[in-house]
Structures are given as C-alpha cells and as structure tokens.
Design a protein around this ligand. Structure first.
Ligand code: ATP
Length: 320
C-alpha cells in the first residue's frame, strides 16, 4: 500500500538509490514496476535453474553515459558453484559489474544503441550459455541473492526483516537462518526477541549485525547465484573474520561474485580479478597472484606496511 502515499518522483529517486547501492529491496521492484528503465523483451522467458549456473561475461562494455566508458571489454567466467572476487582501486568499476549482473543496467553504452534498441557492441552476460536479456527480470532477480554493502532494515520486527528474504517461510525457518548467520543469540537476548522493532524508528543495529541479518535473509532465500558487495566501512577484525566464515557457508554450491573493497575477503576465492579503469589487469588465485609479483602483490604488500588502511578501496590487514 505504501505506493499510494509516496509521490512518484520520490519513487524515482529511491529507485536510483537502490540501483546505485545494490540495496536488497528486490520486492520493492514489484511496487516500482512502472519505474523500470529496462524492459523485458516480448519473448522473455522465466529463468529456471535446477542448480547454480555458470556465469559468463563476454567482452562486456558499459558506460553510464555515452561519452564515458566504465567497463572496457571484460571477459571472465564463474564456473558453476564457484566464487570469483573482484578487487581494484576505487572507481575501477567493481560494483558496476554486479549492477549489470542484476540487470539494473543493460550492457553497452547508452545513446549508442541501434534504433531497435539493440546495444551497440556491448558484449553479453550469460547464465549457462543463455543471454541474461532472454530472461524476465523478475525471475532473474529471484535467482540472485545480494548481501549488500549497507543493508536496509524496515521499521518492523527483526523477524519480518529476516523473513522478507522469502516471505512464505515460517518463523522456524527464519530462526534457523538466523542461527546459521550467527545472529540468533543476539536476537533472543533482546527484550522482545524476534519481535523487537528495528530500523530507523526502532533498534539501530551495528554494521556487522545488519550484515548478519542480510546473510540470514539470503540463507532463507537460498538463491543459486550470490552477489556479495562487501561493506566499504571496515568492521573490527574479529567481526570481519566471522562474517567471512558465515559468507563462505552461504556461498557453498552457489555461483558467487564478490565485490571486495578489502583484500582479506578474497584469499579463498577460486579466482581473483584485478580491475583497473574498467579492464582486467590480472587474474588468478591468491597464491598465484602473489607469486606473479604484479599489481595484486603490490596491493597485498601495501597492507603489510599499513599504508592506505584508511582508504576503504585500499587493502586492509589480512585476517591472520
Ligand atoms: P568503489 O571501490 O569505490 O566502490 P567501484 O570499483 O565499485 O568503486 P563503481 O561504483 O563500479 O566503482 O564505479 C565506476 C565508475 O562509474 C566511477 O567512476 C563512478 O563515478 C561511475 N559511476 C558509478 N555510478 C554511476 C552513475 N549512476 N552515473 C554515472 N557514473 C557512475
């Protein structure tokens, strides 16, 4: 019902903010249908995945504006059930990759599309070989779970906030998800337990607690594809290690894209992509990249002498 009371221009602003921040408000899209800037193709089909798919980016170009290319021909594959982490300096285009996968934006340059709307030489993103554009957006978004940088909590009970990952889930399933996300004990210690009101007008949760709520939501949703957009604001290192362990368990058997603003998150990834100015400048596993002595090794070395630790885009001390 809230759409009856919110002016449309406000919804437009909200939509842009959600899109920008990768905020996990998938359900809000149902309310914002008329605000969508990307239309389903007339022949779009429902995405049905029996298991985690292979994700492939092929020569993907993208710019928010025609005159400024942000991604300059990226190609990489995330094999089914594996994790690829993207690192690189601030503004390299890391979050943009995730926005394209969630199809907040279409690959290609706006303004350079052909008259029939086909983007000019934009490349493509596919799931198990099928172009993302062939699926309905609603079914695509149901298949993707996002643990965003900054989790938005509704002014409602903490139970509602977890169950919103899958509204048809019962309270017991929400508790199990909270247990797996290691937030159950925190919740039960609150005066009103799962019925405690949170959000702007309720109890304020810390960054780590909010991320755990997001992890519980995602566990409940159990999507085959996961995007983890790491918080830029550093958690304390004990909390960060715990969140990473929880995340590893969420990511098991899911095809996962990690947008890493700190290097400590990526050590276990099956593949690390080092992005700079919209290009992949290095790729490999942590040990391989260290041995190669290139960009990644430099970034890693930097964190050992502590330089740049105040910049969230720069590396952070490793978790050991
Ligand atoms: P960070 O580590 O700081 O989050 P990032 O690598 O994730 O950076 P992106 O958020 O992908 O970087 O941004 C890449 C570039 O695209 C930046 O130069 C940014 O200014 C630009 N950009 C991002 N969103 C928009 C937008 N909506 N309109 C125009 N330019 C944008």
């Amino acid at each position: 019902m809230i759409q009856l009371y919110i002016p449309l221009n406000f919804l437009g602003v909200l939509y842009r903010e959600i899109r920008q921040g990768l905020i996990d408000l998938e359900r809000l899209f149902e309310l914002l249908d008329s605000q969508r800037e990307i239309a389903d193709r007339p022949d779009a089909v429902e995405l049905r995945l029996a298991r985690a798919p292979e994700i492939r980016f092929e020569d993907v170009h993208f710019g928010y504006e025609p005159e400024r290319e942000i991604l300059r021909g990226l190609s990489f594959t995330i094999p089914a059930g594996q994790t690829v982490a993207v690192v690189g300096p601030s503004g390299a285009g890391k979050s943009t990759l995730a926005r394209l996968l969630f199809r907040f934006y279409e690959v290609g340059q706006p303004g350079r599309a052909a008259a029939d709307g086909t983007p000019a030489a934009g490349g493509r993103i596919s799931l198990d070989g099928q172009d993302l554009r062939s699926f309905t957006q609603a079914s695509l978004r149901r298949a993707i779970g996002i643990v965003p940088q900054d989790t938005v909590l509704f002014n409602d009970s903490i139970e509602y906030n977890i169950r919103y990952g899958r509204p048809d889930a019962g309270p017991e399933a929400a508790r199990q998800a909270a247990q797996a996300a290691h937030i159950h004990d925190f919740i039960t210690a609150l005066p009103q337990g799962y019925q405690t009101r949170v959000g702007e007008r309720g109890l304020k949760l810390s960054g780590g607690e909010k991320q755990r709520v997001a992890i519980a939501r995602t566990l409940l949703k159990d999507p085959p594809i996961l995007i983890f957009d790491e918080a830029t604001s550093a958690l304390d290192s004990a909390n960060e290690r715990a969140i990473q362990a929880e995340l590893r368990s969420v990511a098991r058997n899911k095809t996962t894209l990690v947008i890493a603003h700190r290097l400590s998150t990526v050590v276990d990834a099956h593949q690390i992509l080092v992005l700079d100015q919209g290009r992949i400048v290095e790729r490999g596993r942590h040990a391989e990249l260290l041995a190669a002595g290139g960009r990644y090794a430099q970034m890693w070395a930097l964190q050992h002498n502590g330089a740049g630790a105040s910049n969230p885009a720069d590396p952070h001390p490793p978790p050991h």
